[in-house]
Design a protein around this ligand. Structure first.
Ligand code: TXA
Ligand code: MG
Length: 317
């Protein structure tokens, strides 16, 4: 049921059951981080592989030391700059953190989300929440309560309704393995913003990244409809003649009678607005029985880079 009843949400969580919560990035499928029973239910409901660890959500950075230890200076700076907000830090875990959360690793991912309803909820309860995105494994993340309902129907007693997610793509994940700061997942905080706080940082690119941060698994964030990411949309349309085509465009509409549906993410060419609208547009296109979604490549800087990352993963067969 879609609701804003925080007391009911609290009692469901206290009995080791799951709810959906709004965050500024995407909706999360949340359970008590100190309950292995709740954590197990998350993996089962999402059909998520057990090797893919979860993010712990705190009410305040004051609680960070209860979850993580040996926190590097860069992590403190980043937390001060971006929390509450869409940045996740991967840190050495405190020994009591369940290995179900961390998939057996000795690091834990943690963030303070920036959504008033969820912060209110976190202040009502006396445990943090683990919350992956509230979608079945591999599918498009939800950015509204209705998206979550479409996936899980009444399997969730409460989907807390916090409106459309302001940022629209997942948090940026930063880790510090071997003393080197690295971006494990591009997201709602741009690389440029992170560099302003801690100087140079690399994006972790390698096959082993699938083990470092399994959310970087190649196919992910994917519509059911076949999707391609292209530089030249007009040319691509001509390659799919006689197909039911939908377009996902950055700022300009294309005039072509063969197109069945078209989503323009920001007529003003604003990358923040584009990120905010990305998943809702993909959800809409995916419900139209199209043969193909042609997505236009975004400018490769700022949030454009994070959007391209998601679109690229959506195109993997
Ligand atoms: O914006 C977000 O981060 C959303 C909202 C709900 O907070 N959550 C989210 O969770 O995107 P999820 O489970 O869909 O993605 C979590 C990512 C995964 O890619 C996982 O591999 C990575 O975090 N992760 C978690 N723990 C990790 C760890 N110890 N080391 C490396 N990566 C980790
Ligand atoms: Mg996810």
């Amino acid at each position: 049921m879609i609701s804003t009843d925080l007391n009911k949400a609290k009692s469901i969580l206290q009995s080791d059951n799951l709810i959906a919560i709004p965050t500024e990035t995407v909706y999360g499928l949340a359970g008590n981080a100190f309950s292995d029973e709740a954590i197990n239910k998350i993996f089962e409901l999402k059909k998520r592989p057990r090797f893919n660890p979860l993010i712990v959500h705190l009410k305040s950075s004051d609680d960070l030391h209860t979850i993580a230890q040996k926190i590097p200076e860069e992590a403190i700076k980043l937390a001060e700059a971006f929390w509450p907000g869409p940045l996740t830090l991967v840190l050495k875990k405190q020994s009591h953190i369940s290995s179900l959360i961390t998939a057996g690793k000795d690091t834990v991912a943690v963030r303070v989300p920036n959504h008033p309803l969820t912060l209110q909820l976190l202040n009502l309860i006396d445990f943090p929440l683990v919350a992956p995105s509230a979608n079945p494994f591999g599918s498009i993340s939800p950015t509204s309560a209705a998206h979550v309902f479409n996936y899980f129907k009444n399997e969730l007693e409460i989907i807390l309704d916090g409106g459309a997610c302001e940022r629209g793509i997942e948090s940026t994940i930063v880790g510090f393995e071997d003393g080197v700061s690295q971006i494990y997942r591009l997201g709602s905080v741009s690389i440029e913003e992170i560099k302003q706080v801690i100087g140079n940082i690399e994006v972790f690119h390698s096959e082993s990244n699938e083990i470092m941060s399994p959310g970087m698994l190649s196919r992910h964030y994917a519509p059911k409809t076949k999707t391609v990411l292209v530089d030249d949309v007009e040319k691509s349309i001509n390659q799919f003649l006689n197909k039911r085509i939908g377009l996902l465009m950055f700022e300009n509409k294309i005039t072509n009678t063969k197109i069945i549906a078209q989503e323009v993410l920001s007529e003003l060419g604003d990358l923040n607005e584009s990120a905010h609208k990305l998943y809702a547009s993909l959800h809409r296109l995916d419900h139209l029985n199209l043969d193909i979604i042609i997505a236009e490549k975004f400018p490769d800087f700022g949030l454009g880079r994070s959007i391209n990352d998601r679109l690229l993963r959506a195109t993997k067969p």
